[in-house]
Design a protein around this ligand. Structure first.
Ligand SMILES: [Zn+2]
Length: 95
């Protein structure tokens, strides 16, 4: 699956929490999750509460994303680098 061929929102919990890019990238550009690792990057939105999501590497194996408003906390393997990777990861984890 291409990184740009699916609806951008990604379901990240069994409780139907969705993450959503704040704005679409230019045509043909993948959504790079690694853009989230900067504390200044506030382009990912937790859909239910509307909070910005910050992310960073929190261990040798995982990076963690935290919603500024509700403190939803999600850890994913560090190998996940694109929005497509994230989509596929949670599709496997939550199926
Ligand atoms: Zn939230």
């Amino acid at each position: 699956m291409s990184d740009i061929d699916f609806t951008p929102r990604v379901r990240v919990t069994e409780f139907n929490d969705y993450l959503n890019p704040g704005k679409p990238p230019p045509p043909g550009t993948p959504y790079y999750v690694t853009n989230w690792t900067s504390p200044l990057s506030t382009t990912v939105i937790h859909e239910v509460c509307g909070g910005y999501v910050d992310g960073g590497i929190t261990s040798e194996t995982h990076r963690t994303f935290i919603c500024r408003l509700c403190y939803l906390r999600i850890s994913v393997p560090i190998r996940i680098e694109t929005w497509g990777d994230l989509h596929n990861h949670f599709k496997e984890c939550l199926s």
